[in-house]
Design a protein around this ligand. Structure first.
Ligand SMILES: [Zn+2]
Length: 537
């Protein structure tokens, strides 16, 4: 009898503790997660490419799931934000002409140069446009740096280096040393040149600071590209030239310096006219279409107009070149995992008590084509960016089991690191910075477009050391993914073999971070020296 009572008490005790635990923090449910990944990554969704039957199936599925969870629509009475996009197929002239006082020569398309435009017109050109060397093409007030100063750029074409002055300088105080700042990315360089009013921009390719070879430029900058309709200024021509071509240009120019990199790294650098002109033209074929971001909200109770935004891109590559007889690019990891994660986190928020602030769930389009859905959102926000507390982005969760680490891409940028650290410690995990900061991964997924308009962003997952897998095992599994699955039809879900406990643990952490933010009054800040701080203040 005594034992029986003790046993009953024990049961009561057990159920009490699990009950209190439940009301404290909801669990991100692994069954929910698995169910959505399996569906989204199935052949039925045709690889989820924008403008295809796969898009229609995907966005309808997401709308339906948000409705089932009783979330509110994020755009008035609609769960959709329409994202107008344009497909531009450009055909450049075979030659880029470089002409000087005494001499002129041509660069050959693909071998020596590539040229594109984001302008939605049938033809663009540079006509005898004056070439001016503009160092790294950087205007960075926080480093008191301006490579464009003192020149009227109208009608001129800037020639710049890839990466930023810190790279390979041996000086960790020059910008961020080898860690790439946003000023090092080609996207920034084209944007800045357009802001300066230049006609064109030519980036000099260099394998090490670009982190990829000329072959990537050759294949990535030809054929068609998708762009969003935007009010931002645009260049007539965006171009890359090979390092060899750059040498030829500098040799033919007035400055004739060999070490133009050292010149560009100098703090007192001023733009240098090369006394050369260039001509090139591009004929464009233009096709317009509309894709969709899918957006849902759990409204807050007393700070309803302040928002935490979770984001994950729903799109992938659709149907393409068959590999081993399979032509559907299912994108199970990239990014059915994140999209399913969004739904699983939304479910956890619905299971928890109401939050003070509103929590937004955003499934974005066009990430694989250049972060287009998030870029469009950043230009056309539905929630006041000044009142948007933080962005938590989920892209390609792949950990093969529970991880000891939480790797933070863009570590050091903002106080979001502290939130991540606290949540990681509660899971007995440690945080580490991205091991390859020189590759600029912080600028390569959707959170970056939130950062650009000043919203502190967190992009983190376990990817270094497992509780069950050693550092070396994880490294091998990661390499295996990059070589055999990444952006290939083999990125598939298998209910028997795909291990989701680690993905679930990462999502639980991201949920915990968002839950904390959703119940406090504080706005996390960008750290001193961050290139995004100015946009917030
Ligand atoms: Zn992705």
């Amino acid at each position: 009898m005594k034992n029986y009572i003790a046993f009953l008490l024990f049961i009561v005790f057990i159920s009490c503790t699990t009950e209190t635990k439940k009301s404290e923090i909801a669990e991100v449910n692994q069954t929910t997660l698995a169910k959505h990944i399996e569906r989204l990554a199935s052949d039925e969704f045709l690889g989820r490419k924008p403008f295809t039957e796969g898009e229609v199936k995907t966005v309808n599925y997401l709308e339906n799931e948000f409705k089932k969870l009783e979330l509110s629509p994020g755009n008035g009475s609609s769960f959709f934000q329409e994202v107008p996009m344009v497909e531009i197929t450009g055909t450049p002239t075979e030659k880029m002409i470089i002409s000087g006082k005494d001499d002129s020569f041509n660069l050959d398309l693909l071998k020596d140069f590539v040229a594109t435009t984001n302008k939605q017109v049938s033809e663009v050109s540079l006509d005898n446009s004056e070439l001016v060397f503009a160092g790294y093409g950087v205007v960075a007030p926080e480093y008191e740096w301006n490579d464009y100063e003192g020149v009227d750029w109208k009608g001129k074409t800037a020639v710049v280096l890839i990466n930023d002055p810190g790279f390979n300088s041996g000086d960790s105080t020059l910008f961020k040393g080898n860690e790439m700042t946003y000023y090092g990315r080609w996207t920034y360089k084209f944007e800045e040149a357009a802001r300066q009013g230049a006609d064109g921009l030519i980036i000099i390719h260099d394998t090490e600071p670009a982190s990829y070879g000329w072959n990537v430029i050759e294949s990535g900058w030809t054929g068609s590209r998708l762009v969003i309709t935007s009010d931002l200024p645009l260049l007539n021509v965006e171009s890359w030239i090979s390092g060899e071509s750059a040498k030829k240009i500098f040799n033919a120019s007035s400055i004739k310096v060999q070490d133009y990199k050292a010149l560009a790294r100098n703090k007192n650098f001023k733009p240098i006219p090369l006394e050369l002109n260039t001509s090139v033209a591009i004929k464009n074929n233009i096709k317009k279409d509309v894709s969709k971001n899918v957006i849902a909200v759990v409204p807050g109770t007393d700070r309803k107009d302040e928002y935490i935004i979770y984001s994950a891109h729903w799109d992938h590559f659709g149907i393409g070149k068959a590999i081993n007889g399979d032509s559907i690019y299912n994108g199970a990891i990239d990014n059915a995992s994140g999209t399913a994660g969004l739904l699983a986190i939304a479910e956890a928020f619905k299971k928890s008590n109401n939050t003070k602030r509103s929590v937004v769930f955003m499934a974005l389009t066009g990430e694989e084509q250049g972060l287009l859905g998030s870029a469009y959102y950043a230009e056309n926000p539905l929630f006041n960016p000044k009142k948007t507390v933080a962005n938590i982005n989920i892209d390609a969760l792949a950990s093969p089991g529970e991880m000891k680490d939480l790797t933070i891409t863009g570590y050091g940028q903002s106080e979001m690191d502290e939130y991540a650290k606290e949540a990681a410690l509660k899971q007995n995990r440690y945080i580490i910075p991205d091991p390859d900061p020189e590759k600029g991964y912080f600028f390569r997924s959707d959170h970056f477009n939130f950062a650009k308009i000043g919203i502190p962003a967190l992009y983190a997952s376990g990817s270094y050391e497992g509780f069950e897998h050693s550092i070396d095992e994880i490294k091998e599994l990661k390499n295996n993914y990059l070589i055999n699955k990444y952006h290939q039809p083999s990125d598939e879900y298998n209910s028997e073999t795909t291990e989701l406990s680690g993905v679930r643990l990462d999502l639980q952490l991201l949920f915990n971070v968002g839950l904390k933010l959703a119940n406090e009054d504080y706005f996390p800040k960008w750290n001193e020296g961050s290139e995004f701080k100015a946009a917030r203040e």
